[in-house]
Ligand binder design. Structure first.
Ligand code: NAP
Ligand code: F7E
Length: 333
């Protein structure tokens, strides 16, 4: 067990929940940033994790981030906060730049200005969206840490700034700052605005007679989908490593949304999902990322990182969870 402390931004998000569980199990004292004067997620979070100290701050407000760093005095700082929905970023590009891009600079400056460049290790949540799926020039091998970036959304572009400013602070000020270039990771904590959870939730509702269909956009894009619980372990391993560096976390497999639908509906005994899926143009994007496939060889070799949940296991886990959740709710009501 450790006596270390950690500060997590985005603690009320999917990865924040998984990472909090991991760090508490490792013996960390955990601090988390919550935004908003009445954040509806705060009560549920504190009920699940009463040991965590929540600090009110917002990545848009540099002074609040400095205050949070001073209060927590963390050994490790995990920056998970972002406007993280790609479709939303097209409709809110300036907010996305300010939060997902400039917000990271506020975190790095907070470490530097408060004199913690040599004591606080920093994790930045970089993303496979920085690759954009176009320069897919090594089919079968997947994107790695040396691949070209070509972001295709305001989110991807903002994350690319965040990635490079993190590297810049590592090189300029010697901050132990590592970027995890994570491919899509999902699970029972995923927001229903993302396609996998939207599908698992809809499949559960349809199987229980609570919904007739689900409205989706393009079904052909392919993603490298892993389980979030496996990926937060990789984040933590990056900050335990002897040197700061950048690492891809991925499964090395890619599947279309149609394949996700096949498996998810099969879990509840429905062989043909077509009658239950309605196309809705409003869920398509001005520019799409056609295919993402990651190569996690460096993280496996250097960090000893391994993913444990495969594609089939991920879909089963999500559908089973959502069926049980809805059954529980209907029993209570
Ligand atoms: P998520 O569920 O969308 O969580 C995002 C978090 O950011 C939420 O806690 C949100 O707070 C917080 N946030 C948003 N704006 C903020 C602001 N102005 N100030 C402070 N906090 C703010 O995202 P996730 O899936 O856990 O992902 C974690 C990080 O990894 C994100 O940076 C994401 O971009 C990145 N990433 C995710 C994936 C993936 O597949 N999940 C892959 C690669 C990279 P509220 O709860 O108050 O809204
Ligand atoms: O979309 C298509 C959509 O929103 C996946 C974020 O965590 O991973 C995530 O970004 C695909 C896209 O995830 C719907 O057009 C079809 O092709 O679940 P998503 P994402 O865009 O891949 C990356 C790595 C991140 O970093 C991000 O933070 O599914 N799609 N129909 C749909 N997508 C949504 N959301 N909703 C639909 O109805």
């Amino acid at each position: 067990m450790t006596s270390k402390s950690a500060l997590i931004t985005g603690i009320t998000g999917q990865d924040g929940g998984h990472l909090t569980r991991l760090l508490l199990d490792e013996g960390y004292t955990v601090f988390g940033i919550v935004r908003g004067q009445s954040n509806p997620k705060r009560a549920a979070f504190s009920q699940e994790f009463p040991e965590v100290t929540l600090i009110e701050a917002d990545l848009l407000d540099a002074s609040s981030v400095i205050r949070a760093v001073d209060l927590a005095d963390p050994d490790e700082f995990y920056n998970l906060a972002a406007i993280s929905h790609v479709g939303y970023s097209f409709r809110n590009p300036v907010l996305t730049l300010d939060t997902t891009g400039k917000g990271v600079l506020h975190c790095l400056e907070a470490i530097r200005i408060t004199g913690r460049a040599e004591t606080t290790r920093f994790y930045q949540a970089s993303t496979s969206e920085m690759y954009g799926g176009l320069d897919y020039n090594r089919p079968g091998l997947g994107y790695d840490e040396d691949s070209l970036f070509h972001p295709r959304s305001p989110y991807g572009v903002a994350k690319l700034y965040a990635h490079w400013i993190t590297r810049n602070y590592r090189e300029s000020y010697g901050i132990f700052a590592s970027c995890g270039i994570l491919f899509n990771h999902e699970g029972e904590r995923r927001g229903v605005e993302f396609v996998t959870r939207k599908i698992s939730d809809a499949v559960a509702r349809i199987s229980l007679g609570l919904a007739d269909d689900v409205q989706l956009g393009d079904l052909w894009p392919k993603r490298d989908w892993g389980y979030a619980g496996d990926y937060v372990r990789g984040m933590w391993q990056m900050l335990q490593h002897s040197e700061p560096d950048d690492f891809v976390l991925a499964t090395g497999e890619t599947h279309s949304i149609e394949e996700f639908l096949d498996r998810a509906f099969a879990e509840v005994g429905i062989d043909d999902w077509h009658p239950y899926v309605v196309r809705n143009e409003s869920f398509t994007r001005p520019a799409e990322v056609d295919i993402l496939l990651g190569n996690p060889a460096k993280a496996e070799r250097v960090l000893g990182w391994r993913r444990e949940v495969d594609f089939e296991g991920l879909v089963r886990r999500m559908v089973t969870h959502d069926v049980e959740l809805l059954r529980g709710q209907s029993v209570r009501s």
